[in-house]
Ligand binder design. Structure first.
Ligand SMILES: Nc1ncnc2c1ncn2[C@@H]1O[C@H](COP(=O)(O)OP(=O)(O)O)[C@@H](O)[C@H]1O
Ligand SMILES: [Mg+2]
Length: 251
């Protein structure tokens, strides 16, 4: 479905963020991209969405370039920072914006459906900037889900969602045939968000591509990606050093 072939990219010419990365996303895949802060997860999703263009190598979606109306209709990206994508005067118009841009005939029905699914119905006439952080994230999620994309790219979707909504999201994603690629550094959610894991190192290289369950049982890999680390801590009177993983939210 989506193929990256020896993709290189840096936001400035001297500092590559993605180095010679090749991978293939197959129809129906549920992929989790794991990696430490700043390793290039968000950049990789922007490349997949056509918002960034490789400096060398190529990306193709169903054997064509990832651009144009058909691609926009098929592929939606939930940004890491939802405020970045909210600009309409009301929640209703915000959710309707994408479907209307694509001239979909059932925009209003989609607004009603996804607002209800995310518990936003009572907020439909509110301006998005008045919502709380978690409500903004739900709204951003409603906006991308309302597009009912074939390829859904989610950048840290759980960062400010409450546990019930995270549970709802996991169930919703599992139930759809949609191909989903989710970037996260939340190890405890990784196994629920996908079955295939791509682990990136700090140099923007792919360290691992395989089942998420094996990745999580592989302390060496987690340490190399920067998702597990060693530090000292106390057990009673004894001081130990051993490998830890911590989940943390946000950047
Ligand atoms: N829009 C941008 N302009 C310039 N530099 C950027 C931009 N987005 C990300 N970067 C830089 O690219 C690197 C990778 O960032 P990012 O892809 O956001 O990593 P991650 O999502 O894994 O935390 C970082 O060094 C970051 O500062
Ligand atoms: Mg990021």
């Amino acid at each position: 479905m989506l193929e990256l072939d020896r993709v290189r990219f840096g936001w400035d010419a001297e500092k590559p963020v993605i180095a010679e990365l090749s991978l293939r996303i197959r129809e129906g895949d549920k992929v989790v991209i794991l990696g430490a802060n700043g390793c290039g997860k968000s950049t990789l999703l922007k490349l997949m969405n056509g918002l960034a263009v490789p400096q060398s190598g190529s990306i193709s979606y169903r054997n064509a370039e990832p651009k144009g109306r058909a691609f926009r209709q098929d592929c939606a990206l939930l940004f890491q920072h939802p405020e970045a994508m909210l600009f309409n005067p009301t929640v209703r118009e915000e959710i309707a914006y994408g479907p209307r841009q694509l001239e979909l005939p059932d925009a209003d029905a989609r607004v009603a459906h996804w607002a209800a699914a995310l518990g936003l119905t009572s907020l439909l006439d509110q301006p998005p900037f008045l919502l709380s952080g978690g409500q903004k994230q739900k709204l951003a999620l409603a906006c991308v889900l309302a597009l009912e994309p074939k390829l859904l790219l989610l950048d840290e979707p759980s960062a400010s969602l409450d546990p019930a909504t995270v549970g709802w999201l996991i169930d919703t994603l599992l139930d759809t045939p949609t191909t989903v690629v989710t970037a996260t550094h939340n190890l405890s959610l990784a196994a629920e968000l996908g079955s295939r894991c791509l682990a990136m190192d700090a140099l923007g290289r792919l360290l691992y591509d395989g089942p998420v369950s094996s990745a999580l049982r592989h302390p060496g890999l987690l340490e190399e990606t920067g998702l597990a680390h060693r530090h000292r801590h106390r057990h009673g009177d004894a001081l130990h050093t051993h490998l830890h993983t911590h989940d943390w939210e946000g950047d």
